[in-house]
Ligand binder design. Structure first.
Ligand SMILES: Cc1ncc(COP(=O)(O)O)c(C=O)c1O
Length: 390
């Protein structure tokens, strides 16, 4: 089925965060809005149809979880990722960040450490700090243009009994690594040996480029599954972050009870009728659309790669998945403030500052390529002109 990703609706017609003044500032119209991690593509037709049908019903009172939702999710995970999940292990959540926060508060005490591997999704830091836990940083290693886990560093942090939990980003936003089975096994063994619980955020797990394979952490086997909490949702894959909720998968019975008790204490228990309908349609009937999106993203990636090949001072960190590119501007020699001023002021690029992902992101920026190709091409023109006139 053909999909049109070249001419999406105008995001400025609604208060989309990506193009909104609270993210872009007042002079936003001139900017290439490529920061917030959602896509500029209209959603899959089955999702639109399902939402229309639900709207037509005309009553939006309290609702239970539709019978078909959890089977749609488990079937998706089995067929797409070869992971069989017991439906009884799946809990509902309003969004992924909420699950991260509840995991932090349920499984650690105030003051204890949560390990993160920066540069990493900035909300990990906020959640840890706002829950009065301590950030324990195990920075990734950039070796020959590719990020790797520092296993020795992880071992040392995990051995400290104050560090009881790890926030894993799998695949890794912003550096685009799709952790391999071997890497996850090694990480999982270190965590098991040291009694560190793995809380794995797998929101980007569906957007994987050819040649790579997404491994859900809990699919590694029962020992690792028992030591894990998985957080996922179709928000990123199907571009429904504005009308989506999330899932938390907790295989261990005691931990699940503990997580549920925390949910209950915070009364995290309402269902959103539109989220349910959109998610069920996505997982049941959205596969063809998602495959087409991945093809389109590959072409966008190839455009960026080809054009940046001509730009000596900017290096693309080759992504293995996600629609987020990690660009290395360090050769320009700017400090983080000057790089941001250059990108925004000269190139008209509203991208996410590398430094938001941790100190290791200084000199980098994150570019979202889930937009029409012509717009991306125009943005690359603006960058080249800004570099030429530097
Ligand atoms: C890795 C990761 N986790 C979680 C989120 C946010 O998820 P949610 O909107 O469901 O809270 C994002 C959004 O950018 C993300 O990149």
């Amino acid at each position: 089925m053909p999909f049109n990703f070249d001419h999406p609706p105008d995001r400025r017609a609604v208060p989309a965060l990506k193009t909104h003044r609270i993210v872009l500032g007042e002079d936003s119209d001139r900017l290439f809005a490529a920061g917030v991690a959602d896509m500029d593509f209209e959603v899959a037709p089955p999702i639109l149809d399902a939402l229309h049908a639900r709207l037509q019903h005309g009553i939006f009172g309290y609702e239970a979880v539709p019978d078909g939702l959890i089977p749609a999710l488990t079937q998706w995970l089995r067929i797409r990722h070869g992971w069989t999940v017991d439906p009884n292990h799946i809990l509902r959540a309003p969004n992924a960040l909420n699950s991260l926060a509840i995991a932090a508060s349920a499984f650690t005490d105030p003051g204890e450490g949560i390990i993160v591997q920066p540069p990493v999704f900035f909300d990990f830091f906020d959640i840890i700090r706002e829950n009065h836990r301590t950030v324990a940083e195990n920075p990734l290693i950039l070796r020959d243009g590719r990020y790797e886990i520092d296993f020795a560093g992880l071992d040392a942090l995990a051995a400290n009994p104050k560090n009881r939990l790890l926030f894993l980003c799998n695949p890794h936003n912003p550096v685009g690594r799709v952790w391999t089975r071997m890497e996850l096994m090694r990480l999982g063994e270190i965590c098991l040996r040291n009694g560190v619980l793995v809380v794995t955020d797998e929101l980007h797990g569906d957007i994987i480029f050819p040649g790579h394979r997404f491994t859900p952490f809990a699919s590694l086997g029962s020992r690792h599954a028992a030591n894990s909490v998985t957080i996922l949702s179709p928000a990123k894959s199907f571009n429904i972050a504005g009308c989506c909720s999330a899932f938390t998968i907790v295989p261990d019975t005691d931990r699940r009870a503990h997580f549920q008790a925390e949910n209950s204490r915070l009364t995290v228990n309402k269902n959103n009728a539109f989220a349910n309908v959109a998610m069920m349609a996505a997982y049941r009937d959205g596969g063809a659309w998602l495959d087409a999106v991945i093809d389109y993203l590959r072409e966008n990636l190839s455009l960026v790669r080809t054009r940046l090949d001509e730009v000596p001072d900017v290096t693309l960190i080759e992504p293995e998945g996600t629609f987020l590119l990690w660009l290395d501007f360090r050769a320009l020699g700017f400090d983080p403030g000057a790089l941001h001023a250059f990108l925004r002021g000269r190139a008209n690029w509203a991208v996410t500052r590398g430094i938001s992902f941790g100190a290791q992101g200084a000199g980098f920026a994150r570019l979202n390529i889930a937009c029409p190709r012509a717009r991306l091409d125009g943005a690359l023109d603006m960058l080249e002109r800004a570099l030429d006139n530097r």
